[in-house]
Design a binder for this molecule. Structure first.
Ligand code: TMP
Ligand code: ASP
Length: 246
């Protein structure tokens, strides 16, 4: 398959951590991982050498694991270290967050304290809108804005929980607790009634804590200025590769 890349391709989208380009096939896009890291809705910004490469490798490994267990994803193939061919989807403007342990914004909105194990995994919806700073929304807001139907929401929730049930034990095998993570889904350009997992799953979009030391091994190292950001991402990749091959 030929790419309309290297100067010629039309850039369809540039986000904070990725770019999307057209390919010669209308049902496929080229996704490029950037080395940029942002936090607090872009207020804080830095670049980390190799971040794009590591996020692509981690995301690829996790998406392949999910595919094997019956979760359809947008992944088609890789083109080198930072570029992936993905299925062309229209992203649903809902960030789906699953939580196993209280952390992050949940602690600012509830009486739950960081590190408290949740009795049951929580699923939360956030509106994917930078101008509004991705506010939390509920089912009624989603139906009102026609972001998804009630049946689609039920599907998103069950798919998110299924993904959690695959990723949680996988990460445990690597010595990491999957505290929480964010997913994005999209509608196939060729068949909008089919919804698949899109975007990425990486230390940018997950919280991962070392099981024994409790050390944070994800983007919170950047958000909270804890240092060793890339060392932690590299460690996550190394452990995940070992777990897949074991
Ligand atoms: P939160 O605790 O800040 O709501 O984040 C929940 C999870 O979602 C956490 O694993 C980080 C991830 N996340 C993103 O991937 N993108 C974002 O813009 C935000 C705010 C969180
Ligand atoms: N991705 C978001 C941003 O750039 C927030 C975050 O991940 O903390 O600002």
């Amino acid at each position: 398959m030929k790419l309309l890349y290297e100067g010629k391709a039309k850039r369809l989208y540039e986000g904070k951590a990725k770019r999307l380009y057209e390919t010669e096939q209308p049902d496929e896009l080229l996704m490029e991982f950037k080395d940029d890291a942002t936090a607090f809705n872009g207020e804080k910004h830095a670049q980390f050498e190799n971040k794009g490469r590591m996020n692509q490798a981690i995301s690829l490994l996790l998406m392949q694991l999910l595919e094997k267990q019956g979760v359809p994803t947008h992944f088609v193939s890789t083109v080198g270290n930072i570029r992936t061919i993905v299925k062309n989807v229209e992203i649903i403007k809902i960030e789906v967050v699953v939580r196993n342990v209280a952390a992050g914004s949940l602690c600012g909105r509830t009486w739950l304290k960081e590190g408290e194990a949740l009795k049951t995994p929580l699923v939360e919806w956030f509106l994917k809108d930078d101008d509004l700073e991705d506010p939390m929304i509920n089912d009624d807001h989603i139906l009102e804005m026609e972001l998804a139907t009630a049946d689609e929401l039920a599907f998103l929730k069950s798919e998110a929980l299924k993904i959690n049930e695959i990723l949680k034990p996988f990460f445990l095998k690597t010595g990491l607790t999957l505290i929480d993570f964010k997913l994005e889904f999209g509608r196939l350009s060729t068949d909008p009634s089919t919804i698949i997992l899109a975007d990425e799953i990486s230390p940018d979009t997950c919280r991962l804590w070392d099981v024994t030391t409790g050390e944070k091994m994800d983007k919170d190292r950047f958000r909270r200025d804890l240092g060793n950001v890339m060392e932690s991402y590299a460690e996550v990749l190394k452990r995940a590769e070992n777990a897949v091959n074991s």
